[in-house]
Design a protein around this ligand. Sequence first.
Ligand SMILES: Cc1cc2nc3c(=O)[nH]c(=O)nc-3n(C[C@H](O)[C@H](O)[C@H](O)COP(=O)(O)OP(=O)(O)OC[C@H]3O[C@@H](n4cnc5c(N)ncnc54)[C@H](O)[C@@H]3O)c2cc1C
Length: 422
Amino acid sequence: MRFAREREPLLAQGSSLSYGDASLSGRLISALPLNRLLSFDSSEGVLCAEAGITLEEIIRFALPRGWFLPVTPGTKFVTLGGCICADVHGKNHHVDGSIGSFVREIHMVLAGGTEIRCSPQQNSELFEATVGGMGLTGFVYAATVGLRRVQSAFLQVRTEKTSDLESTCRTLLATQSEYTYSVAWIDTFPGATRRGRGLVMLGRHAPAEEGDPTAPLRLHSPPRASVPDCVPAFLVNRFSGRVFNALYYRKQWRRQADSVVHYDPFFYPLDALANWNRLYGRGGFLQYQFVVPFDSPDEGANGGEGAIEEVLGLLARRGFGSTLAVLKTFGPQRGLLSFPTAGLTLALDFPLGNGRIVQALDEVTKMVVRAGGRVYLAKDAVVGQADFEAMFPRLDEFRRIKQRFDPNGLFRSVQSDRLGIT
Ligand SMILES: Cc1cc2nc3c(=O)[nH]c(=O)nc-3n(C[C@H](O)[C@H](O)[C@H](O)COP(=O)(O)OP(=O)(O)OC[C@H]3O[C@@H](n4cnc5c(N)ncnc54)[C@H](O)[C@@H]3O)c2cc1C
C-alpha cells in the first residue's frame, strides 16, 4: 500500500463512532472494506481479522463456537481497528484491563508505505504507541486478538440500588473481586445529599445451564426501532433529563435484584435503538469521560469520590445535569496514550444547546488535571493543548515514537491538531 506524499493530513477511520473529532481529518481512509476474518484457532480462541471487521461480526462468528470478546465497549458496531487505536475499555477493566491486553499482533502500514508487524515482543515501542494512539502512528490493516471462552450467551446479573454517591462508590469497590463486570448508572440531578444515587450493575458469564437452555449461544437480533431525523431539540433538555433519571432510578424498587440477562441488553443497551443520537435533535450533544485516581498526587486536591463529587457539584452550580451518567472503576494503565488508569471514571452526556456546556467542561477539565486524572480522547472535543499535555505523562515518549515512524507528520486528525500532537 502507498500513501500519496501530499501535505494534507491523512487518517484511518473505522465506524466513526468515537464521539468527538478523533476520527476526522483532511483525508480519510476507511477501514470498513477490510472486514475479512483471516484465521481462527478454535482451541485457543485466537482470531486474526482485518481491521474494519466490526465487533458485531466477530460475535456472530465466535459466540456460536463458544467464544466472546475479551473486552467490549458499549456498542458492537465499532471496528476492531478503532477499538485497538482507542484502546477501548469495558465493564471489566478493573479485572482484565483494556483491549490492548488481548492484542497479540498488529499489522500496519507506516507513513512511508512500509508494511510492519508489531506486538508486545516485536517492535514493541510501535505497539505501545499504536494501542490507544488514535490512528496517529499508521494505518492498521489487520490484528490478532485472544478471545474469552464462554459457555452461554447470558450473564448472571445483580443490580444494587444506592442512595448517594458515597454508597455507589462503596458498592462498586466492595463487589470488584466477585464480579467480572461492574458499572453504575448514576443520577446527577438531585440535590447535593442524594446526587450520585444510582443502580450498580454487576455481571459474570453464566454457566451453560442458565439463560435459554434451548439456545445457549443465541445471537442478538437487529435493532427493533429507529429514531427519525426530525426530533425537536427541546425533547432532551434539563427538565426531561431530570424526569428520565428520576424514573430510571425507580425502575427497581428492591435494594438488590438478581436476574439472568442476554449479553445484548447487558453490554449494548443503546444498540437496540438505531440512531439514538438523534434524540438530542440537530443541535447534537457532547459526551465527556474522565478518570481520576483514587488518591490525588496533589495534596491540595481531592482524588476518587471527592473529585467526582466536586465535578458534579460544579456542573450543578452551572446548571447542568447529565442526561446519562455512568461511573466505574479502572485498573492500571497500559500504552502511552491509553485512557484508563487506576481510579474512578465518569462518562457524562449533555445536549450541546447554546454551547455554554463547553465552558463548564473546561472548568471540569482543570479539576481533572488537578486531581491527577485525564480525559478520554475517543470522547473528547473540548480539551485544550496545555491541559492535554498535563494529563498524559508519557506523551513525550509517544511524540518521539511518532517522529520516528511518521517523520513528516502525515497521520493527523482534527483532534491531534487541536491538541498539538505532532
Ligand atoms: C454507544 C457508544 C458506547 C461506547 N462505549 C464505550 C465504552 O464503553 N468504552 C470505550 O472505551 N469506548 C466506548 N465508546 C467509544 C468507541 O468504542 C471508540 O471511540 C472506538 O474507537 C470507536 O471505534 P470506530 O471503529 O468507530 O473507530 P473511529 O471512531 O472511526 O476511530 C477511532 C480512532 O481510531 C483510529 N482508527 C480507526 N480505525 C483505524 C485503523 N484501521 N488504523 C489506524 N487507526 C484507526 C481513528 O483514526 C480514530 O483516531 C462508545 C461509543 C459509542 C457510540
